[in-house]
Design a binder for this molecule. Sequence first.
Ligand SMILES: Cc1cc2nc3c(=O)[nH]c(=O)nc-3n(C[C@H](O)[C@H](O)[C@H](O)COP(=O)(O)OP(=O)(O)OC[C@H]3O[C@@H](n4cnc5c(N)ncnc54)[C@H](O)[C@@H]3O)c2cc1C
Length: 375
Amino acid sequence: MKHAMAEFDAIVIGGGLVGAAVAYGLARRGQKPLVLDEGDIAHRASRGNFGLVWVQSKGFGVPEYQRWTRRSSEDWAEFSRELLEATGIASGHERPGGVTICLTEDELEKRRQKMAQLHLEAGETNFEYEILGHDELKKLLPAIGPDVVGATYTRYDGHANPLYTLRALHAGLVKLGGRYVPNARVEAIRAAPNHFTINAGGATFAAPRLVLGAGLGNKELGEMVGLDVPVRPVRGQIIVTERMQPFLPLPTLMIRQTVEGTIMIGESREEAGFDDTTSVEIVHTLAERAVKTFPVLRHAKIVRTWGALRVMSADGLPVYEQSKDFPGAFVCTCHSGVTLAAAHALHYAKYVIDGALPPELARFSTRRFHVRAAA
Ligand SMILES: Cc1cc2nc3c(=O)[nH]c(=O)nc-3n(C[C@H](O)[C@H](O)[C@H](O)COP(=O)(O)OP(=O)(O)OC[C@H]3O[C@@H](n4cnc5c(N)ncnc54)[C@H](O)[C@@H]3O)c2cc1C
């Protein structure tokens, strides 16, 4: 049976935080995007992450990444406000600054060196930070325990509710004229320069632009349009406690309190292939550190733990590229899709419409993988 062809301005494959942010960004600029999304059986980092909009650990040795992350963190408030206006859904974004808490002198010294490096590499962008000793940190976070040695602080950090953000992006892109098709796994792409045709979910779709925003699925999809996207899964595990009285007015790298009052504890990294289960060892390590950091957590009941897979490139940086073989096909992927959601919606989408990525994103091109392979 021949399907009728539905025409769009752009097809975005993947409806996680990255694909949905780009599709929303296209729709807010008057484009008609189509999102094809595999569905709940797929690995979805966007539904299992920690929710930080985080700057202070991004871009050591890669000032371009630091600048791009900072830009997104600066844009997040406007992005969140706009989403609220368009959809009535609050993303829960706050930017009260954030801290990375250290439990030993050695940890603090390493953080001190990293922050000095970021400061040095920031150039004109400037990068302001503070190193807080135990007593100074206690004024900011009275709940810290005696084992806490200190912390690094920047005013650029914040957090959001990633699930509400995702919901708002989906609602927003549909409200502004786009279409979201779930249960639509893309198996093949018919590609010609600036013309892409896909059969998925029982229908045929065509568009002059294609954006691969499919997380771990981008590796396979990239090969179909001449894009080399070496991403792999890196597992993270997260603990959530019962609701508690507010005691954490700003997020820390490993522990944050949600607006609802629950405490999220996270930031583990494991090479575990596509296994997204949890392990007693990691949950124990996370809980032990959390209790040392905030002794009030000793009596908190854990209500849930889960594992989820980060979308990690070979060097940990985002991958932004337009296909040379099939102009009009772009890939957009990163391991900090909450943090970069504003940049993807407000900026990356425009580059897709323009048909060209700007020089400031050149550092994230797939060319870097080929240079290394040839060396
Ligand atoms: C434990 C953990 C903690 C994290 N914490 C943070 C944090 O604090 N801050 C932060 O910024 N980031 C964090 N991240 C990272 C963040 O979650 C990811 O960067 C982001 O969710 C990636 O979104 P994505 O859309 O690329 O991928 P995904 O959420 O995996 O979405 C990909 C989508 O593509 C679809 N798909 C795949 N293949 C196909 C196909 N062939 N056809 C159709 N659809 C397809 C899937 O169904 C899926 O819906 C964390 C991640 C983890 C795992």
